[in-house]
Design a protein around this ligand. Structure first.
Ligand SMILES: Nc1nc2c(ncn2[C@@H]2O[C@H](COP(=O)(O)OP(=O)(O)OP(=O)(O)O)[C@@H](O)[C@H]2O)c(=O)[nH]1
Ligand SMILES: [Mg+2]
Ligand SMILES: [Zn+2]
Length: 324
């Protein structure tokens, strides 16, 4: 029996990397392993063995997963898993062109929480940072308070030394080493450029090649792990999508654990946390938005409210069509 990791999946065949040798082999899965649909996904650790007569590898079993990247299929009330065993969700943000957007980071923090992956926020394009535009120190402090490590880099100029935050490019490079990461963020923030810089020019991302034709449009239709120098990147359709429509509005607060902790102190269980609602903890004098702590909490509440409104707006029948 040989331990391997699934790098790419295509129907019933899986490209697996043998852990010990690094060799890529094609393996077929036994029927009973495929019954559930998601039973083998990219990122899984599997036991494979060589069938001497045919010279083919087969997958015998799949190890328990550390975490799963999934979407909820509303009509079927089940999870569709697309990848597993991811170490880091790297949320890339540009500090200029496109401008920094706090709301987008909060959206991806929701996913990190849902999937159980450690979030990391990278402020890129620091060579173009203008302190007049936004305060990077405030943003980083806010994010670190939420458990996301923050980095300050310029993918274009990797010699750029962090001036505002403690960690820069070299520390990011050390963090991703030997890990499996997912890179997300708006189009144009520098995901491709950052991955290439981290890989020290050692890799050509397949998805980048494919994506060239229509800049900004991702044509990735399969899931795969891309091996980059000394780290790995998972690319999968849907992962980078901004839509949070698959999340039940009633579950959203649990994906903002910092707010959930506060909401337990609201007077009424069904509190909507809107301004002026009786007994709402968020609008109590302790969390006055004019105070430092209050401002932070209210910036999160604002993200929560915006996403909540958005996912409540999609009528149920439309959700059914979209995800079935
Ligand atoms: N000045 C500056 N430009 C950068 C930096 N990083 C990336 N860019 C530029 O920003 C543009 C977008 O970078 P990409 O790496 O293609 O962005 P992306 O996030 O992969 O975008 P999509 O593939 O569309 O999602 C390119 O023209 C890069 O050269 C940086 O640190 N500084
Ligand atoms: Mg790209
Ligand atoms: Zn409330």
């Amino acid at each position: 029996m040989t331990k391997a990791r699934v790098y790419m999946s295509a129907k019933r065949e899986f490209t697996c990397r043998v852990l010990e040798t690094g060799e890529l082999v094609l393996a077929k899965a036994l029927g009973n392993l495929l019954k559930k649909g998601d039973s083998i996904v990219v990122g899984d650790y599997v036991d494979i063995s060589l069938i001497e007569e045919t010279g083919e590898y087969i997958i015998n079993s799949v190890d328990d997963r550390k975490n799963e990247i999934f979407r909820i299929l509303i009509r079927e009330a089940k999870r569709k898993v697309t990848a597993s065993n991811v170490d880091l969700l790297i949320i890339l943000s540009s500090v200029s062109k496109p401008q920094y957007k706090r709301g987008i980071i909060d959206r991806f923090l929701v996913r990190a929480c849902q999937w159980g992956i450690l979030p990391v926020v990278v402020f890129n394009k620091m060579d173009q940072y203008d302190p007049e535009e936004f305060d990077i120190n405030f943003e980083a402090e806010r994010l670190e308070g939420l458990g996301a490590k923050c980095f300050e880099i310029s993918a274009k100029d990797t010699a750029y030394k962090a001036k505002y935050l403690a960690e820069g490019f070299e520390q990011l490079q050390a963090l991703v080493k030997d890990k499996t990461s997912i890179f997300v963020g708006q189009s144009g923030v520098g995901k491709s450029k950052t991955i290439t810089a981290l890989a020290q020019g050692d890799v050509v991302l397949k998805t980048q090649e494919v994506g060239r034709a229509g800049k900004g449009s991702h044509t990735t239709t399969w899931s795969e792990i891309v091996n980059c120098h000394n780290f790995e990147v998972i690319d999968s359709p849907g992962i980078r999508s901004f839509s949070l429509d698959d999340i039940d509005p009633d579950d959203l607060l649990s994906l903002f654990p910092d707010l959930e902790e506060i909401a337990v102190n609201c007077q009424f269980n069904n509190c909507t946390h809107e301004e002026g609602v009786k007994g709402c903890r968020f609008w109590s004098s302790e969390l006055d938005p004019e105070t430092e702590e209050g401002a932070l909490v209210h910036s999160r509440l604002e993200s929560y409210m915006r996403i909540h409104e958005e996912i409540c707006q999609t009528p149920f029948w439309q959700k059914q069509n979209k995800y079935s």
